[in-house]
Design a protein around this ligand. Structure first.
Ligand SMILES: *[C@@H]1O[C@H](CO)[C@@H](O)[C@H](O)[C@H]1NC(C)=O
Ligand SMILES: *[C@@H]1O[C@H](CO)[C@@H](O)[C@H](O)[C@H]1NC(C)=O
Ligand SMILES: *[C@@H]1O[C@H](CO)[C@@H](O)[C@H](O)[C@H]1NC(C)=O
Ligand SMILES: *[C@@H]1O[C@H](CO)[C@@H](O)[C@H](O)[C@H]1NC(C)=O
Ligand SMILES: *[C@@H]1O[C@H](CO)[C@@H](O)[C@H](O)[C@H]1NC(C)=O
Ligand SMILES: *[C@@H]1O[C@H](CO)[C@@H](O)[C@H](O)[C@H]1NC(C)=O
Ligand SMILES: *[C@@H]1O[C@H](CO)[C@@H](O)[C@H](O)[C@H]1NC(C)=O
Ligand SMILES: *[C@@H]1O[C@H](CO)[C@@H](O)[C@H](O)[C@H]1NC(C)=O
Length: 824
């Protein structure tokens, strides 16, 4: 710093020849930044210069923390136009604009030209803000700012930055994630505020393309409505400003020697805060949004309420019912809920709901000086007004916010949420007073009855497209001609073998995805481009055709967002083929047991996967009309969709197709070594609780990134369960967790999951929780029972060793499968 640099030759010549390194904190029109020098803020914290991201050769102009060894880029200028040779930054004295150009003199980035450009100076401030100032024409002694990098953020929200609108300047400051870790070009994941009028109730959103992905909820004077946990903290002060000139969110650090930033991440689709830990030289995760399943924008549709501890998580608000009960019961909640009783406008009243995240404020109106009573009257007087509440909760509440139309993206908090007064018809209010009539049972029964009916079939057709050779009867039920020419109703589209042969290139080996429990699985592409997964059941099957059809009919009825969908089937000659939706991210084991891919899973994604598996399993055990025991739950049977949502596969299959395959593939058909509960492995007894045991193993595997099978700890006779139990008893359970989870801000959640896994792994089935209890445990913070010593904790006892010796016993359990499916 402080080096005086004076240009005697044309900048380009110097730029090409200079190798000398020096740093300035500002430049004027006769200076420049090249590959050989940088700008450094006065306090030495921030540095601006040219860089290449990890594995790329492209050059970008950026700003980073000078003293942090892991180069943390906080701003990039030419993110759209990389330079492929070497770069130069200068101020063009005639236009007053800052330009970045490549060696061949083509401009790759510039600020807009200025009319007034007297003595322009570009300076890197201590805040990390790059500012272009000029001498004020009206006052020679003062300087005015023409442009600043804080108005054009990339993916990083620095202390002192304002995210949101400056209506006077006409800038909207949004964060845009890097496309990939080595590509700073803009991804489609953004964070920003909607432009709304002065009477609106502003909130920030993350967006995936043009779809809302997460909503902070409106600012209620203390915090965002969707973050009841955003409390005064030792690290930073936050503030939200909304007036006629500006609407923005900002924060400042409490201790200037702390470093804390907030970053938008395309890979994990999250908005994360990190704090630099100097002693350990790491960025520690501090918080992350979305935080859980219920943070997903609009998960439960209009007038739905997401309750994390409920099953299913989506509930209709009181006095509302699912718009489409069929889809709702299939956990397809996007249609949302409608009123039980229509509004009448004149005679309506309001019901108070508590502890909510306030609904989406896109269609809202605010008056900061109205009282709650005035607010009520305002809402009542407009028939399209659906709800009202105080716009500011400080000091007992003040101001008025009212909502028009459907209420979107509400969730229920256990505590710390807000009151909302929702409009109800007079007759609904009467019922509120005198208690509801018992009509629910009938409605539910009717809803369930329709599930297997026409709508479900319509659903399949939509998914699979028109290429299926199906005929639609006048009653809307799908039929097909089977080989014998008889009409049948399988409630599932049939595909011709020729279509499947075409889609898989005649079962080409390079289309093989893997070997499932009952035969190979292939990837296929239908003529219309739709990708499918094809399971070709082993030809040697001794199962009869009718039996097969019965089973397909059963599996087709299992519909849940955490189960892989069966979309079609094919029966022709010897071939029995099941067609499933295709899961681009393959199976969970390919992530958790792979050192490289594992790093893509942060804790919040892992937790989302854990909760999804738990929900899928609970549906099989309880919520589906058939009680299904999976019997072969394991990491490779959990597939991941494009958004990394888990989908359980091979459910119902053990019962269905297991009969004939015993000799070929014992460990797959009847359960997998390392996942089997003791009573199942030794005595062939299985129940929903043996699935709970497998879930416990899976949970441990996700947490520690190690397979339960195989040698775990070389110096001990302990297996993974035993190792977990030992660390638990020694009070060091966190040593079990994968490195990357240990830095997580949600350590208590990780610990809780270890605790739950030990409960699932109890020796006696009666001591294990049901899947519904597991879901409640995952979603709450209440005390958990202390686990006793788990089953199978010594390697020599483990089912690993037992697996093959007890083959005969396993065979003999065949008759018991009859109890597997209990009609409800
Ligand atoms: C640019 O800054 C240098 C160093 O402060 C100074 O010597 C030079 O005169 C300045 N040039 C202009 C055109 O202001
Ligand atoms: C000049 O460099 C830029 C950026 O490196 C590149 O995009 C452009 O194609 C180059 N032009 C020529 C004529 O080489
Ligand atoms: C940069 O890109 C231009 C245009 O694509 C190309 O002509 C030139 O050779 C490239 N330069 C380098 C160093 O790769
Ligand atoms: C400054 O900008 C003007 C207008 O774009 C351009 O003609 C001129 O060449 C630029 N000067 C330099 C030194 O690049
Ligand atoms: C700020 O943080 C530094 C380093 O962590 C610490 O030494 C100092 O006491 C803190 N200052 C205040 C005012 O808390
Ligand atoms: C806001 O409320 C105050 C107090 O009731 C009232 O005087 C004012 O006119 C209202 N403003 C608007 C735009 O309705
Ligand atoms: C009710 O509110 C809507 C939305 O702001 C508005 O368009 C409409 O004019 C209002 N109606 C009455 C009667 O005030
Ligand atoms: C996004 O998350 C991934 C996985 O946790 C991490 O490797 C990457 O560095 C993150 N990107 C940013 C910009 O923080």
């Amino acid at each position: 710093m402080g080096t005086i640099f004076f240009i005697l030759v044309h900048p380009y010549l110097l730029f090409l020849s200079s190798k000398v390194s020096f740093a300035l904190d500002s430049i004027n029109t006769s200076q420049f930044i090249s590959e050989a020098n940088t700008l450094v803020s006065k306090d030495g914290n921030f540095e601006l210069g040219f860089f290449s991201p990890s594995s790329s050769n492209n050059r970008y102009l950026g700003i980073w923390y000078k003293n942090i060894p892991a180069k943390t880029i906080v701003w990039v200028a030419n993110r759209l136009n990389p330079i492929n040779d070497s770069g130069l930054l200068m101020i063009n004295s005639s236009t007053g604009s800052v330009v970045v150009m490549s060696q061949n003199r083509s401009v790759v980035w510039s600020t807009s030209p200025q009319r007034q450009a007297k003595n322009p100076v570009l300076k890197l401030l201590d805040s990390g803000n790059l500012v272009l100032t000029v001498t004020d024409e009206k006052d020679e002694n003062s300087r005015i700012s023409l442009w600043e990098s804080f108005d054009y953020p990339t993916d990083t929200f620095l202390p002192g930055m304002k995210l949101g609108w400056d209506l006077k300047k006409g800038v909207n400051r949004i964060l845009t994630a890097w496309k990939k870790p080595d590509d700073p070009s803009p991804g489609d994941f953004t964070f920003g505020m909607l432009e709304m009028g002065i009477h609106s109730y502003p909130a920030a959103y993350t967006w995936k393309g043009n779809k809302k992905f997460y909503r902070t909820g409106p600012w209620n004077g203390l915090r965002f409505s969707g973050s009841p946990d955003l409390n005064p903290n030792p690290v930073y002060n936050y503030n939200f400003v909304s007036n006629e000139n500006e609407v923005y969110y900002t924060y400042t650090l409490k201790n200037k020697s702390l470093i804390s930033i907030s970053v938008l991440n395309q890979t994990t689709q999250s908005w994360d805060r990190y704090t630099w830990i100097e002693e350990e030289k790491i960025w520690e995760a501090y918080s992350s949004r979305p935080g859980d399943y219920c943070d997903r924008y609009g998960l439960c549709g209009a007038n739905g309420n997401c309750v994390f501890t409920a099953s299913p998580v989506c509930q209709c608000l009181k006095a509302f019912k699912p718009k489409s009960p069929e889809l709702w019961s299939l956990t397809e909640w996007s249609q949302g809920c409608v009123r039980n009783k229509p509004l009448s406008c004149d005679t309506d009243g309001f019901v108070k709901f508590v502890d909510l995240k306030l609904p989406d404020t896109t269609y809202s109106w605010v008056n900061k000086s109205m009282s709650l009573d005035e607010c009520r009257v305002k809402c009542l007087n407009n028939c399209t007004c659906m709800a009202y509440t105080n716009s500011d909760i400080r000091g007992g509440g003040s101001g008025c916010a009212i909502w028009f139309g459907e209420l979107m993206d509400i969730r229920q908090f256990p505590a710390g949420g807000q009151d909302l007064y929702i409009r109800m018809s007079a007759s609904e209010l009467q019922e509120e007073k005198h208690g509801p009539k018992i009509k629910i049972a009938v409605t539910v029964a009717a809803a369930v009855a329709v599930v297997s009916g026409t709508l479900l079939v319509g659903f399949y057709i939509c998914k699979i497209g028109t290429k299926l050779k199906v005929k639609k009867e006048s009653n809307g039920i799908i039929s097909h001609q089977n080989n014998e020419g008889q009409k049948e109703d399988l409630e599932l589209p049939f595909l011709d073998l020729s279509t499947i042969v075409g889609a898989t290139d005649n079962f080409a080996p390079n289309n093989k995805l893997g070997e499932g429990g009952f035969g190979p699985v292939y990837k296929g592409i239908l003529e219309d481009g739709q990708e499918i997964a094809i399971k070709r059941l082993s030809r040697s099957s001794g199962q009869g055709l009718n039996e097969f059809k019965n089973e397909v009919r059963l599996i087709a009825k299992l519909q849940h967002r955490n189960l892989v969908k069966l979309v079609a089937c094919c029966i022709q000659g010897e071939e029995k083929i099941l067609v499933y939706e295709y899961m681009p991210n393959k199976s969970l084991d390919s992530f958790i047991f792979d050192q490289t891919k594992r790093t893509l899973l942060n804790w919040s994604m892992s937790f989302n996967i854990i909760c999804g598996i738990a929900r899928g399993l609970q549906y099989l055990h309880q919520d589906s009309r058939l009680r299904i025991i999976h019997r072969d739950l394991k990491a490779s049977n959990v597939l991941l969709d494009i958004e990394m949502n888990p989908k359980i596969s091979d459910f119902g299959a053990a019962r269905t197709f297991g009969g004939d395959q015993l000799e070929g593939n014992t460990n797959r058909v009847m359960g997998t070594c390392g996942y089997m509960a003791p009573e199942y492995a030794f005595d062939g007894l299985f129940s929903t609780k043996s699935d709970v045991f497998s879930f416990g193993i899976l949970l441990l595997e996700i947490i520690c990134g190690k397979k339960s099978r195989g040698l775990f700890h070389p110096n001990h006779s302990l297996n993974l369960i035993g190792y977990a139990w030992r660390l638990w008893n020694e009070g060091r359970p966190l040593e079990l967790t994968d490195e990357c989870f240990r830095q997580s801000s949600t350590l208590s959640e990780v610990l809780r999951c270890i605790h739950i896994s030990l409960l699932c792994l109890q020796q006696c089935p009666e001591d294990r929780p049901s899947m519904s209890s597991v879901i409640v445990m995952l979603g709450s913070e209440g005390a958990l029972p202390q686990p006793k010593q788990p089953g199978f904790f010594l390697e020599k006892d483990s089912n690993e060793a037992h697996c093959f010796s007890s083959k005969q016993e396993l065979f003999s359990t065949n008759e018991m499968t009859i109890t597997l499916l209990e009609a409800r």
